[in-house]
Ligand binder design. Structure first.
Ligand SMILES: [Zn+2]
Ligand SMILES: [Zn+2]
Length: 180
């Protein structure tokens, strides 16, 4: 979705859905369960455009610990300011120093790519390490068992010793049997 800056009113309210194809999210992130919904207020003062928006979506991601697919709810607001690209580079630095609380994007053409903005917001909101639950036990690094379903044999390291002794006993018994 493209916003033509010269066609924007002083205040434009938007309520738009973006599907997975439009947003072109990297496939490895996961799969959109719902479209990405954007509610936004677009304010324009001369060449300056401020977008206050809220992004809502459900996305299926793999748990960073146990790899199980689970649904992550995205619900967050953002605020960005679009300014015409300054002709002198000095003024860019000045503006950036003065306004640190709001993301500033410089536009060079006559329009704003809203789809691109929503895509970036979603990528910012996605958890770096999505977890199916906060206390997910993950997979055993040696046998790969899902430890949420219970401990695996290799998790009982201290017991291993006794088992080893038992195993030795058993194998010596076995070899005695076989040698008979
Ligand atoms: Zn998990
Ligand atoms: Zn294991």
């Amino acid at each position: 979705m493209i916003l033509q800056i010269d066609q924007l009113h002083a205040l434009t309210k938007l309520s738009v859905d973006f599907d997975a194809q439009q947003c072109d999210l990297p496939r490895e992130i996961g799969m959109l369960v719902t479209p990405i919904h954007l509610d936004a207020q677009v304010r324009k003062v001369r060449e300056e455009v401020v977008i206050e928006g809220q992004v809502l979506a459900w996305i299926q991601m793999s748990c960073a610990r146990c790899l199980k697919p689970h649904q992550v709810h995205l619900d967050d607001s953002f605020e960005v300011k679009y300014l015409p690209y300054p002709k002198e580079l000095d003024s860019v630095e000045e503006i950036e120093l003065n306004e640190t609380d709001m993301s500033i994007i410089y536009y060079t053409g006559e329009d704003i790519n809203l789809t691109e903005l929503v895509r970036e917001q979603v990528l910012l909101l996605l958890p770096v390490k999505p977890l199916c639950k906060t206390d997910c036990a993950g997979l055993c690094p040696s046998c790969g068992k899902d430890l949420n379903e219970g401990p695996c044999f290799c998790a009982k390291k201290p017991v291993d010793h006794r088992f080893a002794v038992l195993k030795d006993l058993l194998s010596s018994e076995l070899s005695e049997k076989f040698s008979e």
